[in-house]
Unconditional design. Structure first.
Length: 149
């Protein structure tokens, strides 16, 4: 039985596939999907009002612990793509999920990227107990991150 397509999260950023990002078959190199996903995650943090320098000044930083990419349709040079991003929080967990989709301009789902992340204490080099806390404190708009301010 086919799996239903995931609903695109409300936050997304546009990217146009550049020729130098493609492989010998003419489609987007597999490693670039991860770069696009990273770009969308940082864009989401910026939309919430958090810059990289804010995180470093607070002594914390986001880390990716696990990533699964499902390649569903090829992307080629010149394709316009929307990369979505949503954080999913679980009470009492040091980690959180990040759900992302890459969709072509016509709405075709090209890939999904599912990750597990955390917030690292840069002094102790350990995950913080509640990853929501430092992000809520730093964000000017924590709702963008799925957090209540």
């Amino acid at each position: 039985m086919p799996q239903p397509e995931p609903e695109p999260p409300s936050f997304s950023v546009p990217v146009t596939v550049r020729g130098y990002e493609t492989d010998v078959q003419g489609h987007l190199n597999q490693a670039v999907y991860l770069q696009y996903a990273e770009h969308a995650r940082w864009s989401l943090l910026r939309a919430a009002g958090i810059e990289q320098t804010d995180l470093v000044a607070a002594g914390v930083g986001p880390v990716v612990l696990e990533t699964t990419v499902k390649y569903l349709r090829e992307l080629r040079a010149g394709d316009d793509v929307e990369i979505s991003c949503a954080f999913e929080w679980t009470e009492g967990r040091k980690v959180h999920a990040v759900r992302q989709t890459l969709r072509k301009a016509d709405g075709t789902l090209a890939a999904t990227v599912d990750a597990v992340g955390g917030i690292l204490d840069l002094t102790t080099r350990r995950l913080v107990e509640d990853p929501r806390k430092p992000l809520t404190e730093l964000a000017s708009d924590p709702a963008v991150l799925g957090l209540v301010g």
